[in-house]
Every structure is written in C-alpha cells, then in structure tokens.
Design a protein around this ligand. Structure first.
Ligand code: ADP
Ligand code: MG
Length: 637
C-alpha cells in the first residue's frame, strides 16, 4: 500500500490552531491587547465594530516591529518571547506560544501597521486567510496597529456559531476588564461602534477598579495585603454586605495574568463563610505574585489555567489573608489606625445630606371596614396580591379586581381605587374556577358551584384543597411562580404592565457590562411596568415600578436578571421574554415558610387553575398533586 501520511499545508495547520486560540472575537481582543502590553505600550486603544464580528483593532505605542519581524510575526511558532524551553519558566510576558497572529491571520482579513521609534518609515502588511496580499512601507506613528476584519470569513460554520452582538460584546468587555485591571499603569481607551465605552487613565489598582466598575465601588472595597515567602497577595475584596448574586466581580491575577482557579475561588468562599447570605457571591480582585518558576502556564492554549507547584499552601495563605482583612474590617475598624480612611467612612456618607424620613399614609384606609378574611396578617402580606387577587376573567390578570385588603397597600394606582370595599369583598366569597379548558380536567363545574371549596396551608409550604374526587396538594411556591410567569409573559408581550410611579426615583449603580445587559432588556422590562428615567454609564434611575413589586425588591430583581442572563443573552425575542418572565416569577413568588391567609390561599388556587399550563411550574416541576378518594382508601387497607 502506498504511503498515506502527509504534512498539512501551513494555512490548514494554522486554521486548525485557530480553532483552539480563537473561539470568538473576544479571543482576538485578548491576544492583541496582550501583545500590546508585551510590546511595552503605555497607551492602548481598542476599537471594535459589531461586537468584533466586523472589526477588532488594537493600536499601541509600544516598541513596534522591524520589516522582517512584521512579516515573520504571522508565521506559526514565531515569537520573540522565548528562545529555549527553559525560558518557559522565567516568563514575564503574556504571550510565548507564537500562535496568536498566525491563527488570526488564517481566519480573517488582517492589516498590520508598525514602526519602531528610531525608524522614519514603518511597514504595512495585509494578509487574508494566511496569504500576504501586500507589504509596503508606510507612514505610521510609533508603535503597532493591528486591524482584524471579518473574523471567520472563510469558516462559515464558525461564523454562524457566534452569538448575538450583545453576548459577544459582553465577552469582549470581560476580556478587556481582565487586561485593564491587571495593568492600571497603562492608559486604555475602548470604542465600540464609534461610541466610547471605557476611558481609563493611568492610575493605581484601586482607582482602576473604581473607573471600571463605577464610582460607588470605592466604598465597597476592603484591601487585602499579605507578603510571604511563597506569594505576595495584594488587592481588594468586596465588603460582605455588598456581595452580589452574580459571579461577575471575581478576579484572580497571577503575575498580572488573569487566571481561573476553582480551587483558589474555594479558598475565598471559605474565608467568607458565615458572612454571606444564601446565594450571594463574594467579590474579589486579587493579585498574586509568585516566582515564575513555581507555576506552569503552559497547560491551556488561552493560558487562563495555570498549575501551581504548591497549591495547598497557596490556598491556606489566601484564605487567611482574606479572613484577616474581613476581620480587620468587621471587628476592629476603630483600632485600625493604619487603614485607608476611605475604608471606614465610605466617602458617599461623608457628604450625604440628611434626609427626612418619609412616611407614607394611605388616606383610604378605614380600619372599621369589614373584610372577608378575618386574618389580621392580610394587610402585611398584601404585596402578594397581584397573583392572589381573584382574576376577574379566568386568564385575565387585569388589575380591576383588586381585593379589598389591597387598599391598605400604599402606592396603588388603580382604576377603581376607592370603590366600595363590600363590592370587592363579594368577589372573594365566591370561589370560582373560571377557565373551562383547565378546570374541565380537574374540577367539573357542578362541584365548584355546589360546594364551597375550602383550603388550608400545610407546613407553610403547601395549600391543600378538596375536590369532589379527592384532594389537591399545591406547592405554593411553584404554583405562584406559574401564575406570575404567565402574567408577566402576557404583560411583556402586549406591553400592558401597570406601573406605580415612585415619588423619589430609585437610583441604582451597576457596572457598564450590566448596564448594557439591562439596556437589551429595557423594552421588555417596561412591558411589566418598569419606567426608567435613565439607563447609561453606570447608573439606572427608575421612576416607575410594576404594580405589585416593592421598591426593596427592585435591586434584587435586577441583580437576579443580571445573574440569570449572565453570558447568554438569548438571540430570539421570545426567549428573552421567557427568561425575563422566569426571573421575575422566581424572584417574586411566595416562598416556603410564608404564611398565606385564607383569601390568599383561595386566590392562589383560583389563579393557578386559570393558567394555561397549571400542572407544572415554569421550571417544569409539578405544581400540584392530586389524591383521589380511592388513593386514600388504599392507604387505609
Ligand atoms: P506571542 O505573543 O506568543 O509571541 P504572537 O503571535 O501573538 O505570539 O506574536 C508574535 C510576535 O509578534 C511576538 O512575539 C512579537 O515579537 C510580535 N508582536 C506581536 N504584536 C506586537 C505588537 N503589538 N508590538 C510589537 N510586536 C508585536
Ligand atoms: Mg501574543
């Protein structure tokens, strides 16, 4: 048989390598930014169009390249950063594999302009799919500009695999954060579709964090500093009370390189143990400096995972350093004379004006008006009313059917506000299952009208009600999620959410990434009743919120949205609506452990069975189970 093994042509080998190095536009951004840093730049400009799909350009004022180097840098394994294997253990540069430019040039249209300081003219090279199209002298400022256009133009499968611009932009911003945080001494400018996204002047670590994540961040940081023989740790952690639900602000840098380390992350988590509420994530920006000989960066093509010689020691040191900082801050802030004054007195408070406490009074409240429910808790729990109100028309969740106890709730803007309580109350007294398609399965009309359905709550978790054929046990959380989910789905789709105006607009601060995510969802949020006065830079100003949401729930909702949507803002409008409705229902649904009044229980039952899909929660878990008389009988056998 003839020989069949051949060496792959370079451009094919490069394309294959590109699969590892370049997953998406953000990978190009990372490689180009790192090259600029390795070139000793003090100013770096990043320009992208269409989330990097059309253009990624990085301009630096670093050392530049000679003509020959400019041509060579696109060859595979062409690097100026290591010469022999031992150099791998003395690395002070970001790159060393010599793969990035070769890979990028294999799958895009690339234009390089570069000039070294002492040269008068520079050099321009254009490459398309690994082929040099032109090379000529050029007039260029000192440094290097690399322009990458039409990424994956020759690999349609990869191009189609890219996510929406919002998602890809988010990945780019993540990479940008990682590089910019590690190099506060370098100036960074970042433009996306001709708009400035970041403008970061040279500064110190703390200032850089604040410049990236917004002005309010400063008062939320506690410094961490620890010097040992094995490692030097510096950086900041977020005070536990400002912990977030999202994992967004968790950064480890080892020798100025961003790395992912679940193991070290665990060390931080364990230091925070007992200080964070359930589901909240510690925030940290930690810079570890170790002897390059004690780590191996070579284990991953994108170099975000590294191997430490002595991970256990590192774990212990890190944990105790963080604990120490937390302790200093929590226990003895007054004795800590050396500490940064910013730390103990958040500057936001220093110049804060004292404001009068606000008291809200509901003029319509009349304690002597009768209520159907004799449960005194009803006023307190009335915020759940939206879902527990007995819908006026089966599927309809229109707000014209506010239960009487809701008039106790301040902030209501309702069509029939002030309407006689007794009329409202009557609606409660008759429990009806109005949705034919649904009730048909479970209840037949006769049993509902003939016998008054009764409910009770079991272990503050289930609502039990009887039907002719036996009994239904409803999971209160899942049922409520279902009700809210369908309500929000509808409100977002037809844009009918009712809004309550806030007298004092609510101002919330987020990072730019988060704001851009919220901007994507803005219209849909407005569908539910949110009204935004402002949503830009690092601030959201809210002057209207959905009717049955309380002000204190708003930050939780937005945080939850940011967490849930995370990296994956879905492309399709429907999926976005669906996810938004899911987040809202998850956040707002009544939990286990909450007592429901009789009225609330009955309304929950009514509203659940008025749903299109009452059997399961939006997360596909059973919302109720039934037990027929036969089932019960069998148990007694
Ligand atoms: P690596 O960074 O691993 O060496 P790259 O493919 O990213 O591999 O770059 C190849 C070489 O091109 C680098 O080693 C460097 O000498 C040169 N180079 C790349 N980008 C720049 C830049 N912005 N300024 C100066 N030289 C650069
Ligand atoms: Mg490189």
């Amino acid at each position: 048989m003839a020989d069949i093994i051949q060496l792959l042509p370079d451009h094919v080998a490069n394309q294959i390598a590109a699969g590892e190095v370049v997953q998406r536009p953000a990978s190009v951004v990372k490689e180009l930014l790192e090259n600029a840093i390795d070139a000793g730049a003090t100013e770096i400009k990043l320009v992208i169009k269409d989330a990097g799909k059309t253009l990624v350009q990085v301009i630096d004022n670093g050392v530049g390249m000679t003509d020959t180097d400019a041509r060579l840098c696109f060859e595979r394994h062409a690097t100026s950063k290591i010469k022999k294997a031992e150099d791998l253990f003395l690395l002070n540069t970001k790159g060393f594999r010599g793969e990035a430019l070769a890979s990028i040039a294999a799958i895009a249209h690339v234009e390089l302009n570069t000039r070294q300081e002492q040269e008068e003219v520079g050099c321009q090279i254009k490459i398309e799919g690994s082929k040099v199209v032109s090379q000529e002298p050029s007039v260029a400022p000192k440094g290097t500009s690399l322009l990458v256009k039409n990424l994956f133009y020759n690999i349609p499968a990869r191009r189609n695999f890219l996510k929406s611009d919002a998602v890809e932009l988010r990945h780019i911003i993540d990479e940008f954060h990682r590089v910019a945080l590690a190099h506060p001494d370098i100036r960074f400018d970042f433009y996306s579709n001709n708009a400035e996204l970041f403008n970061l002047p040279p500064s110190n670590q703390r200032q850089r964090i604040v410049n990236i994540f917004g002005g309010k961040t400063n008062e939320k940081l506690v410094p961490v500093n620890e010097v040992t023989e094995v490692v030097t740790i510096s950086g900041f952690i977020r005070k536990p009370e400002f912990a977030k639900k999202s994992r967004g602000e968790q950064f480890f840098f080892v020798n100025d390189r961003y790395i992912k380390s679940p193991y070290l992350h665990h060390a931080i988590n364990s230091a925070f143990e007992g200080l964070l509420k359930d589901g909240l994530q510690p925030g940290y920006f930690l810079f570890l400096t170790v002897d390059p000989q004690t780590i191996d960066i070579n284990i991953h093509p994108t170099k975000t995972e590294i191997k430490f010689d002595d991970e256990h020691t590192l774990y212990a040191i890190l944990r105790s350093a963080v604990k120490h900082s937390l302790g200093q801050f929590n226990v003895a802030p007054v004795l800590d004379f050396d500490s940064d004054p910013n730390l103990d007195t958040p500057y936001g408070y220093k110049d804060k004006k004292i404001s009068m406490p606000t008291i809200e009074v509901d003029a319509n409240f009349n304690p002597f008006k009768e209520e159907v429910s004799n449960d005194t808790n009803s006023a307190v729990t009335s915020k759940k009313s939206s879902s527990f109100s007995s819908g006026s028309g089966g599927h309809s969740f229109k707000r014209d059917a506010q239960p009487s106890w809701e008039s106790l709730y301040v902030g209501l803007k309702d069509d029939d506000e002030g309407e006689s309580v007794t009329i409202e109350s009557e609606r409660f007294s008759s429990v009806q299952f109005e949705s034919e398609e649904v009730t048909g399965k479970l209840f037949d009309d006769s049993e509902l009208t003939s016998s008054k359905a009764t409910t009770f709550q079991l272990q503050k978790k289930y609502v039990v009600t009887t039907i002719k054929s036996g009994m239904v046990i409803i999971d209160q959380t899942r049922a409520h999620q279902r009700v809210l989910y369908e309500q929000y789905l509808k409100e977002i789709t037809i844009n009918e959410g009712v809004s309550q105006q806030l007298i004092f607009p609510l101002e919330l601060h987020f990072g730019k990434v988060e704001i851009s995510l919220l901007q994507t969802l803005k219209e849909r949020l407005e569908g539910t009743g949110f009204a935004f006065e402002k949503m830009e830079d690092d601030v959201v100003v809210i002057n209207g919120i959905p009717l049955h949401v309380t002000e204190s729930e708003v930050p939780i909702i937005l945080e939850q949205l940011i967490t849930d949507f995370g990296d994956d803002i879905p492309d399709s409008g429907f999926t976005q609506t669906d996810m938004l409705a899911k987040t809202l229902c998850k956040t707002l649904a009544v939990r286990g452990g909450e007592t429901l009044t009789n009225v609330e229980q009955e309304n929950l039952v009514n509203n659940l069975f008025a749903c299109t899909e009452p059997t399961v929660s939006p997360f596909n878990k059973p919302a109720f189970i039934t037990m027929s008389a036969g089932d019960i009988e069998k148990k007694f056998m």
